[in-house]
Design a protein around this ligand. Sequence first.
Ligand SMILES: O=C1O[C@H](COP(=O)(O)O)[C@@H](O)[C@H](O)[C@H]1O
Length: 232
Amino acid sequence: MASTLHSFASAADLAGSLADKVASTLSAAIAARGTASIAVSGGSTPKAFFQALSTRDIAWDKVTITLVDERFVPADNPRSNHLLVDANLLQKKAKAARFLPLYQDAASVEEAASVATEKTRAISSPFDIVILGMGGDGHTASFFPGGSNLATALDPSTPRGIITMEAEGAGEPRLTFTFSSLEDAALLVLHIEGEGKKDVLAKAEGSGDEAEMPIRAVLRRATSPVEIYWAP
Ligand SMILES: O=C1O[C@H](COP(=O)(O)O)[C@@H](O)[C@H](O)[C@H]1O
């Protein structure tokens, strides 16, 4: 499916514009179905966007928020994506939203993946919105090059849900929604910032193996168009 690049003069401009787009998409879903869903990424990039989105005036009590991926760490760990969402998105007006975490207090990451899959089944498919990020190594969600479950995660026949991932570049074991869970969102966004990430994107858009740069699976095979939001 085609992708469209939306370039902005600054990260602040991008954050405001993406927040407006997400807010209007959530509102349209609520008007159509009574509820709306969004799966967001963690990492360092989404902070300003989360802060902008938290101020938007929509029926947040009808919105379910979850993460596309998470580290297998509790929510008080500084590396937790849940902590980032708590501190920056689940604030102000967005405090009224329902948040479904991926991390579970389970004996193993595998058990956590299975519990998270059950709990997130309550969200209707497909997601209204998925916001992906991308690492300098071409990973997205927790689809890491060399990841222990990468082939399964990217296989379009793997069911919707959450699986585990371990990889050298990942730090902790990870929990990640599968490709099939994310690729058909009504609004599928790739949010990246900086010249370095633009170079990584250009490389990913060239030829080469998906396993080397898993973002290629999204760019090449997502059934929804990919809206790329970039700022220097
Ligand atoms: O590990 C992760 O990294 C990516 C990219 O993060 P960034 O810090 O380079 O913005 C992120 O999209 C993913 O959700 C996160 O778990």
